[in-house]
Design a protein around this ligand. Structure first.
Ligand code: 5RP
Length: 222
């Protein structure tokens, strides 16, 4: 199977995972990226079975709306039963690097409100140590150079993601050459730098379920 076919397979499995729990008042948390898009597309035939969704990006919100699915502001809903999203890397503890699509802050906020985080990923994302994928850090624009200097101090090679403005009006620095031994500690350390809005380590709030697509099928890891 190709990578795209594996992404489609995990999107199918995620539908199976949530479908029995859908009720008329259910609002789903929906992520961002190519895998999340495949999941969104599969929600269309189910759209009359649930109330709607909260999206982690403007792009996902637009896609949901184009399929006739109502999109709500997070502040107007309470706890979400599920958050479904992809990842750039995920380890055996279901800790992740996310933010390749620059949506990390809203992803982290929506995930925080969810009872269950279902991560959907093809096997290329499954790693023994996080950090081969450059770790994104969202920064307030005026703090970019300061934050970059602090990141060098932590051992990273920071690269400004040129031309990208997040949905929150901020900028992204990607941390290269930054293998992460202790994701929980590093997540907290990065968040403590003045000017950092969020970093792409999802360690404190990792996934609850990983649906991992490989050539043998979709593995369910908890
Ligand atoms: C966006 C993300 C995505 O979940 C991550 O980049 C994976 O994307 P894809 O499913 O396209 O591989 O964190 O900010």
């Amino acid at each position: 199977m190709t990578q795209d076919e594996l992404k489609a397979a995990v999107a199918d499995k995620a539908i199976n995972e949530i479908e029995p729990w859908l009720e008329q008042d259910t609002v789903l948390g929906i992520g961002t990226g190519s895998t999340a898009n495949l999941f969104i597309d599969r929600l269309k035939p189910l759209r009359d079975r649930f109330r709607g969704a909260v999206a982690s990006s403007e792009a996902s919100a637009q896609r949901l709306k184009s399929l006739g699915i109502d999109v709500f502001e997070l502040n107007s809903v309470g706890t979400l039963p599920f958050y479904i999203d992809g990842a750039d890397e995920v380890n055996a503890n279901l800790q992740m690097i996310k933010g390749g699509g620059a949506a990390l802050t809203r992803e982290k906020i929506v995930a925080a409100c969810a009872e269950r985080f279902i991560c959907i990923a093809d096997h290329s994302k499954y790693v023994s140590q996080l950090g081969n994928f450059p770790l994104p850090v969202e920064v307030i624009p005026m703090a970019r150079s300061y934050v970059a200097r602090q990141l060098v101090g932590l051992g990273a090679e920071p690269v400004y993601r040129q031309g990208v403005v997040t949905d929150n009006g901020n900028q992204i620095i990607d941390c290269y050459d930054f293998m992460i031994d202790d994701p929980l500690a590093m997540e907290a350390k990065l968040n403590a730098i003045v000017g950092v809005v969020t970093n792409g380590l999802f360690a404190d709030r990792g996934a609850d379920v990983l649906l991992l697509g490989n050539q043998e099928g979709v593995e369910r890891i908890t």
